[in-house]
Design a protein around this ligand. Structure first.
Ligand code: GLU
Length: 337
C-alpha cells in the first residue's frame, strides 16, 4: 500500500483504561506468584557468559502511562538487553530519518527464519526484511547519526537511556563474550556491505550493535521503555518526549508482526500485544494508551523466548483486558441501552 494515500487523514487513537492502581498491583503480584515455580525451558548458552546466569531469577514489572509503577520479584535484577534493543534502536532510526526512508532500507515483514539467519538476507537480494532480526537490526544500527562509530554508539546509548529514563551502562563481560564469538554477525555485516545495503565499516557497525545488545537493564527499566512507546513517545516517569507518536505507531506495528522470533504469530494469537523478546530472558509487551509489561526469567523456549515472562504477560493481557483483538458484544455489556 502507498502510505502517501493517507496523507491528511487524522490519526485517532485506541481507547480504554486500566483499572485502578491497587487492582493492577494485585494482578501483577498474582501473575508473578502463579508462575514462580515453573522450571520449564533452558538458558541460552550461545553467548558463553549468558549460560552462567541464575536460572531461577524471575522479575515482572508494569508501568502505566500515568507513571504508576508495579514491580514484582526480581524486577530490579540487571541483565543485558540483547535483542530487545532492536525495538528501541528502530524507533530512534525512524525518528531520525522518517517512516519512508527507513522503510526503504529495512522491510517490515517476518522472515520466518532464525534471528541470525544469513539465508534470509540472501533470499531477498540482500535487502533486510525486518529490523527485529540481526540483518535488519545491524542495518538499523548503521542509521544512528554520528561521524564515527564512537559517536553513533554514544547517540544510541543516550537514546535508549532516554527511553529508560536513566543512564544505561554497558556490561563489559557480556560485550567481550559476544564480541569474541560473533563471527556470524560480522558475516551478516559484510554481506550487507557487499549488497550495498550498509554504509561505513561493517565491523565497526557490528561492534556498535554488539554493544547495544550488552546494555544493562532490569524488568522495571524495560517496562518504562515500553510504556514510553505506549504513551505517544513520552516517558511517563521522566516526562521527556523521546520520540514522536507516529514513531511509536510504526515501531509497535513491526513488533506485533515480528517481535517473538518464529513464534510471533502464535504470540499475537494468544496474547494480542506488540512485544519484543531477547535471549537473556526479557520480554516487553506494549499496550498502546495504557502501559507496558516486562518480564525477566532466563529459561527459554525453543524459539528463544522466556517461558515465565510469556506466561506472566499472557496472564496480565487476559486479566487486564490488554489483548488488542478482544471485544465483547456491546449489547451484552450495556443491556437495556
Ligand atoms: N546479541 C544477540 C545476537 O546478535 C542478540 C540475540 C537475541 O537476543 O536474539 O546474536
Amino acid at each position: 500500500m502507498d502510505p502517501t494515500a493517507l496523507q491528511g487523514v487524522p490519526q485517532s487513537v485506541s481507547t480504554g483504561a486500566l483499572p485502578g492502581w491497587a487492582r493492577v498491583d494485585e494482578l501483577v503480584l498474582e501473575a508473578h506468584g502463579r508462575y514462580a515455580d515453573d522450571r520449564t525451558g533452558t538458558v541460552a548458552d550461545y553467548i558463553p557468559v549468558l549460560a552462567a546466569v541464575d536460572p531461577d531469577l524471575f522479575g515482572l514489572a508494569l508501568i502505566e502511562v500515568d507513571g504508576g509503577v508495579h514491580d514484582a520479584g526480581d524486577a530490579d535484577h540487571a541483565f543485558s538487553i540483547q535483542s530487545i534493543s532492536k525495538l528501541f534502536v528502530y524507533a530512534l532510526a525512524i525518528q531520525e530519518h522518517g517512516h519512508e526512508r527507513v522503510r526503504e532500507i529495512v522491510g517490515v515483514n517476518n522472515t520466518g527464519l532464525a534471528f541470525n539467519s544469513v539465508m534470509a538476507l540472501e533470499l531477498n537480494g540482500g535487502h533486510p526484511m525486518n529490523p527485529m532480526v540481526n540483518a535488519g537490526a545491524i542495518a538499523t544500527t548503521a542509521l544512528m547519526p554520528g561521524a564515527t562509530a564512537v559517536e553513533q554508539w554514544e547517540r544510541l546509548r543516550e537514546g535508549l537511556s532516554a527511553f529508560a529514563g536513566r543512564p544505561l551502562s554497558l556490561d563489559g563481560t557480556v560485550y567481550a563474550s559476544e564480541a569474541a564469538t560473533n563471527d556470524r554477525n560480522r558475516a551478516i555485516g559484510r554481506l550487507l556491505r557487499s549488497y550495498g545495503r550498509l554504509e561505513g565499516d561493517p565491523d565497526e557497525i557490528v561492534d556498535v550493535y554488539t554493544r547495544q545488545c550488552a546494555l544493562l537493564v532490569d524488568a522495571h527499566d524495560l517496562a518504562v521503555m515500553g510504556a514510553t512507546l505506549a504513551d505517544g513517545g513520552v516517558n511517563p516517569v521522566s516526562g521527556a518526549q523521546v520520540v514522536s507518536a507516529e514513531v511509536c505507531r510504526d515501531t509497535l506495528a513491526v513488533a506485533a508482526a515480528t517481535g517473538l522470533y518464529e513464534r510471533s504469530g502464535e504470540w499475537l494469537f494468544e496474547i494480542g500485544l506488540p512485544a519484543k523478546s531477547g535471549v537473556s530472558g526479557g520480554i516487553v509487551a506494549v499496550s498502546p494508551g495504557k502501559g507496558a509489561v516486562a518480564g525477566f526469567s532466563p529459561r527459554l523456549d525453543h524459539a528463544g523466548n522466556s517461558v515465565r515472562a510469556q506466561l506472566a504477560i499472557a496472564h496480565l493481557s487476559r486479566s487486564l483486558g490488554l489483548n488488542l483483538f478482544a471485544s465483547a458484544p456491546a449489547a451484552a455489556q450495556h443491556p437495556g441501552d
